[in-house]
Design a protein around this ligand. Structure first.
Ligand SMILES: *Cc1c(COP(=O)(O)O)cnc(C)c1O
Length: 427
């Protein structure tokens, strides 16, 4: 399988390793597979009934057809050794819980696969994954690459700006994970990382690559759980063609679902469930794309005003708004509604929802969705929002509780580009 960029379509034929290590295409576009494999849905349903890993292995074989079969199997089985669950809340509501991985957010599905595939594809010696984070991405990437041979991970995060839980998740692993606490804000962290990628002389000495959410190796495996959700929902309800509600920010998750449909998954369509950052729902109404600065909400992992994956969305619908409207409905809500929903879900169903998943719940009810919504994070990750809304403190999963108690190890650095460059040269 080869890959092409959403921008300059005359240059096709990027190999997997090249597309993966570049992240973004040289023309600034996003990579997509040149060919869309067609899957055997009967086979998918049989395998999903066995295990998530078995189903994911079959799907990844269809896409990564030029990767050694045994090596691919090791990647998939190692990446997907945690549960995934379709939960019936009551009143016909169903949610696919994607938060049972090591960092308790759905990003584990992409990051763990990417970590292991990067280790497999890297045959050029030591590789450094360099990333800036405001919280969630850093922990998923740290855990995704933890223990991967030949790869070191350097994570920059702003001092005092990530939650204690998030800091614990990034700084208690050790091994090949190197957290840098920057005396500055998230924008400083991003500026420093970008400067390293522009520094030709540094790049001749240190092989650096990024692990952000547009990377093909994080994006593609996110299509797999849509197949699993479909099979589980069909088995539980006896119905077919569900509509899937996706709490969205950067739209990696939702566009991966659109890709699953192109591979033959029979969904009715999707709902783009957003918080006050409603650029995509607005686009569906007006056909005008108006990127803007993000506004802060209680579902902060979805605070994106100019989603990176918008180009993939347009590519997948053939740049045709009418066709996109046939497949995707929009929904947005404000913070008060999100907090009210968390209270309501707890009251009616005795279930604690995190704020991002609560946006999915609101969309499901408001649009009368026949299908299921994705739950993207564990309620305990956002206790500071959930507890005052529901009146109960969510219990920390064991691994999170353990991380909080462990010793934190990080290096403090000034928000100076030359300090980061020296660190990378000397590490
Ligand atoms: C990243 C994230 C999202 C948004 O996913 P996108 O792929 O960026 O649309 C939603 N919920 C949680 C908890 C997240 O961490």
């Amino acid at each position: 399988m080869n890959y092409f960029s959403t921008r300059d379509k005359s240059k096709r034929g990027f190999a997997l390793a090249d597309a993966a290590f570049m992240g973004l295409a040289p023309d600034g576009g996003l990579f997509l597979p040149e060919r869309i494999p067609q899957v055997d849905m009967q086979r998918v349903e049989q395998l999903a009934a066995v295990s998530y890993a078995d189903m994911a292995l079959y799907l990844s074989q269809q896409i990564f057809d030029d990767v050694d079969a045994e090596a691919l199997e090791r990647v998939v089985r190692d990446a997907y050794d945690f549960p995934i669950e379709m939960r019936a809340l009551g009143d016909g509501l169903h949610t696919l819980e994607l938060f049972h991985g090591p960092t308790h957010a759905f990003k584990d599905f992409g990051a763990r696969f990417m970590g292991r595939m990067t280790g497999l594809l890297n045959d050029g010696g030591e590789l450094v994954i360099l990333t800036a984070t405001s919280g969630d991405t850093g922990s998923a990437v740290a855990h995704g690459f933890y223990g991967v041979e030949g790869v070191r991970v350097v994570i920059l995060y702003p001092d005092g700006k990530v939650s204690p839980l998030q800091e614990a998740q990034m700084t208690t692993l050790g091994g090949n994970i190197h957290p840098l606490k920057v005396r500055g804000n998230f924008d400083d962290c991003q500026r420093m990382v970008k400067a390293m990628f522009r520094d030709e002389s540094l790049r001749r000495e240190v092989r650096i690559t990024s692990a952000n959410s547009i990377n093909l190796l994080r994006w593609l495996p996110q299509s797999f759980y849509y197949f699993y959700g479909y099979c589980a929902w069909k088995r539980m309800t006896g119905r077919d063609n569900p509509e899937v509600v996706v709490p969205s920010g950067n739209y990696g998750n939702l566009t991966a679902g659109m890709f699953a449909c192109r591979m033959g998954l029979p969904l009715k369509g999707f709902v783009a469930a957003s918080n006050a950052n409603d650029v995509v729902p607005e686009f569906l109404q007006t056909a005008e794309y108006r990127p803007r600065a993000s506004v802060q909400t209680v579902a902060n992992a979805m605070d994106v005003g100019d989603p990176s994956n918008f180009e993939r969305m347009m590519q997948l619908c053939g740049e045709d708004v009418a066709s996109l409207r046939g497949e995707l409905r929009g929904f947005s809500c404000c913070d008060a509604e999100i907090c009210q929903a968390i209270a309501e879900i707890h009251e009616k169903y005795g279930y604690l929802s995190d704020p991002h998943s609560a946006v999915g719940y609101l969309a499901t009810k408001a649009l009368g969705v026949d299908g299921f919504y994705l739950s993207t994070a564990h309620a305990a990750k956002f206790g500071e929002v959930v507890e005052p809304s529901a009146g109960v403190a969510p219990q920390l999963p064991k691994s999170l509780a353990e991380a909080v108690d462990k010793e934190r190890k990080y290096l403090s650095i000034e928000a100076r580009e030359q300090d980061l460059a020296s660190f990378l040269r000397e590490m």
